[in-house]
Ligand binder design. Structure first.
Ligand SMILES: Nc1nc2c(ncn2[C@@H]2O[C@H](COP(=O)(O)OP(=O)(O)OP(=O)(O)O)[C@@H](O)[C@H]2O)c(=O)[nH]1
Length: 333
């Protein structure tokens, strides 16, 4: 048995120019034919064309320069004519007193398969990363749309909330706004705190509509709204309570303060003119005090409104253009 057969890899010995001197049985089994067939032939006899070119242009120059090459990746043609991937290590040395090169081959079928799997795995990972980034972009866009939608719903809600508390003609608050303001006062004011509710009703307003038309009536209502706004302090609330009826909610105001405001209202509404004649209003006032543990009590407002209405009725029947009080000061001109 040849000593080379002890080595557990295909091995080839060439002279310094690359002509085959001998080969072990593993190499012969790999490339087919016997030792006699190969002896003296140039070593690229069992290499496919690309590996031959690589041998000439890359492997030989390295061998000449360093006297060895390591981990060179080539292909062999096996006995069945198939390409077999191999790794090659080779070193120059002496063989039976002659200068030679020993070539050791490692069949790299597993490595090739492994490399192919790696390439496939990388391509799969790249595809997944691309899909992931696309899904992420879509998610972001959906998220953006959702947040835009939420913003628009929020702003619509704000608008609706404002609308639900606003009288469209005068832009004053409406009944609900009055209820809100009174509720808030009930929840927050201290025991014994005074407040007043003032109902302001335009005198003979029907005549304005009948004589000068509905549009003129609307204009008068808008002007009155402006004048009433001018009468109030920042904590007071003016609402259009109904057709030609306004309400002033005056938290923290006792009878004296309410009386002063009522006079101012009478004064300022006269600035509003129809056919150059001043508009007048009748006013009914009801005064209240915060009582212990009153909390949120709808009866409270109903009672106040009823009392102010009774006073207003008395102001109308007494000849209009005046203020009447529920259980308080009477008849201011
Ligand atoms: N132009 C206009 N008129 C309105 C509006 N709402 C209610 N009115 C009118 O207001 C008038 C109210 O008439 P009445 O309740 O008889 O009261 P009045 O004529 O003011 O008489 P007194 O209150 O007794 O002094 C009616 O003609 C309604 O049509 C509105 O938004 N615009």
């Amino acid at each position: 048995m040849d000593r080379l057969d002890l080595l557990p890899s295909p091995v080839l010995v060439t002279d310094a120019q690359g002509h085959i001197v001998t080969a072990n049985s593993d190499l012969l089994a790999l490339v087919g034919k016997d030792a006699e067939h190969w002896r003296g032939r140039y070593l690229d006899g069992f290499l496919p064309a690309p590996s031959r070119v690589f041998l000439q242009t890359h492997v030989w120059p390295l061998m000449l320069r360093h006297g060895y090459v390591k981990e060179i990746y080539l292909h062999l043609i096996n006995g069945a004519g198939e390409r077999v991937p191999v790794m090659v290590n080779a070193r120059r040395g002496q063989w039976d007193g002659q200068e030679c090169i020993v070539w050791v081959f490692f069949v790299a079928l597993e490595r090739s398969r492994f490399e192919a799997e790696l390439v496939e795995a990388r391509a799969r990972a790249q595809r997944l990363a691309a899909e992931l980034s696309q899904a992420n972009a879509e998610l972001q866009s959906v998220h953006q749309q959702l947040s835009q939608h939420a913003q628009s719903v929020e702003s619509q809600n704000r608008e609706l909330a404002t609308l639900s508390l606003t009288d469209p003609l005068t832009r004053l608050g409406n009944r609900r706004a009055l209820e809100r303001a009174v509720e808030q006062w009930q929840m927050q004011s201290e025991l014994g705190a005074p407040a007043a509710l003032m109902m302001v009703d335009v005198d003979h307003f029907k005549r304005v509509n009948d004589r000068y038309g509905h549009d003129e009536g609307d204009r008068v209502l808008q002007e009155l709204a402006r004048q009433l706004q001018a009468c109030k302090r920042s904590s007071d609330v003016v609402v259009r309570y109904g057709g030609e009826e306004f309400a002033l909610w005056l938290p923290g105001t006792g009878p004296d303060g309410a009386s002063a405001i009522a006079q101012r209202v009478h004064q300022l509404v006269r600035e509003v003119r129809v056919d150059n004649k001043p508009v007048t209003v009748s006013i009914g006032v009801s005064c209240a005090q915060q009582t212990l543990h009153q909390g949120r009590d709808m009866v409270f407002l109903t009672r106040l409104l009823h009392q102010a209405d009774l006073a207003l009725y008395r102001a109308k029947t007494a000849g209009r253009n005046r203020t009447m009080w529920h259980d308080g000061p009477t008849g201011l001109p």
